[in-house]
Design a protein around this ligand. Structure first.
Ligand SMILES: [Zn+2]
Ligand SMILES: [Zn+2]
Length: 292
């Protein structure tokens, strides 16, 4: 489903913006490559993530979900804790594995292990990832399992009627799948100009939350912004002094090309800074599992 065009004539901004898989992964790949040009220490990693996003772009065009939720009433329609996964996600993963380079080294080992995994193993890894059970996760395999799940959930989310989906009780959880945000985006253009949307780390749905309020506890009393010196204000950490959590805010006004997943991974130094300052991150980027 295409996102409806947003024009200044619209008086009400949407609460939810479902993703558009036709453009989402393509833009993400381009942003990873752009960021790789200025990040010498991360160039190999960011280019690998760009290739992975390319794979997801091609897969999203081919993926035709057999299962769609019956109703959106009352709870997230694609809830990670109860939605029965379409087995096609495993085909997506195997296709991603085929796209990985044929060389040896650490990536070759990841490829071989994913190739040899049984359906039961893959499902068990997916369960661990969706439950954020980091102790049981293999950090080397996790980004690829996460990517396959992302393409599955993103295409499903894109088919939903955003107008029928309500907010979750916990406003920091995705109204479509109940997962945590990877980051938040300050939007530009039309009815969403200047509004802040959280971006789901799994299905890429965006949902509106007020600016300068803590996403975790709702307080606006001690919200502060942290950034990396010399990198501008395209990516900042919005931190709450009350509950000591933070979430990154990527700013389309400062840099129109920002992508929450790519810009997050390119600013890992900001996470190090926030840990030093005593703040804990709300959520995680499934393309980089903590400890990985
Ligand atoms: Zn979601
Ligand atoms: Zn807070």
């Amino acid at each position: 489903m295409e996102l409806p065009p947003l024009t200044a004539a619209q008086t009400e901004a949407p609460y939810i913006r479902v993703p558009n898989p036709q453009t989402l992964f393509h833009h993400r790949a381009a942003r990873f490559r752009q960021l790789a040009l200025s990040q010498a220490s991360l160039v190999g990693y960011l280019n690998l993530m760009a290739d992975l996003a390319d794979s997801l772009h091609h897969l999203s065009a081919r993926f035709s979900p057999a299962l769609l939720p019956d109703s959106c009433a009352g709870r997230p329609p694609l809830d990670i804790s109860s939605w029965r996964r379409d087995p096609a996600w495993r085909d997506a993963l195997r296709s991603i594995v085929e796209d990985l380079s044929s060389g040896g080294g650490p990536l070759g080992s990841v490829r071989d292990r994913l190739k040899q995994a049984t359906d039961e193993q893959l499902e068990s890894w997916a369960d661990d990832l969706l439950a954020a059970d980091f102790d049981r996760l293999d950090v080397g395999l996790a980004p690829f399992v996460a990517a396959a799940l992302q393409v599955n959930w993103t295409v499903l989310a894109s088919r939903l009627d955003a107008g029928k989906i309500g907010a979750t009780e916990a406003g920091h959880l995705c109204p479509v799948c109940g997962s945590l945000p990877v980051a938040s985006v300050l939007q530009t253009g039309g009815a969403v100009q200047g509004l802040r949307y959280l971006v789901c780390d799994l299905c890429a749905t965006e949902w509106n939350r007020p600016r300068i309020h803590c996403i975790n506890c709702g307080s606006s009393k001690e919200v502060a912004y942290f950034g990396l010196e010399g990198t501008g204000e395209a990516v900042q950490a919005e931190a709450c002094g009350q509950c000591k959590t933070y979430v990154k805010l990527v700013n389309r006004e400062k840099e129109p090309q920002v992508d929450p997943f790519a810009d997050d991974l390119a600013t890992l130094a900001l996470d190090v800074l926030m840990a030093e300052e005593g703040y804990q991150r709300l959520g995680f980027n499934p393309l980089l599992i903590p400890g990985g």
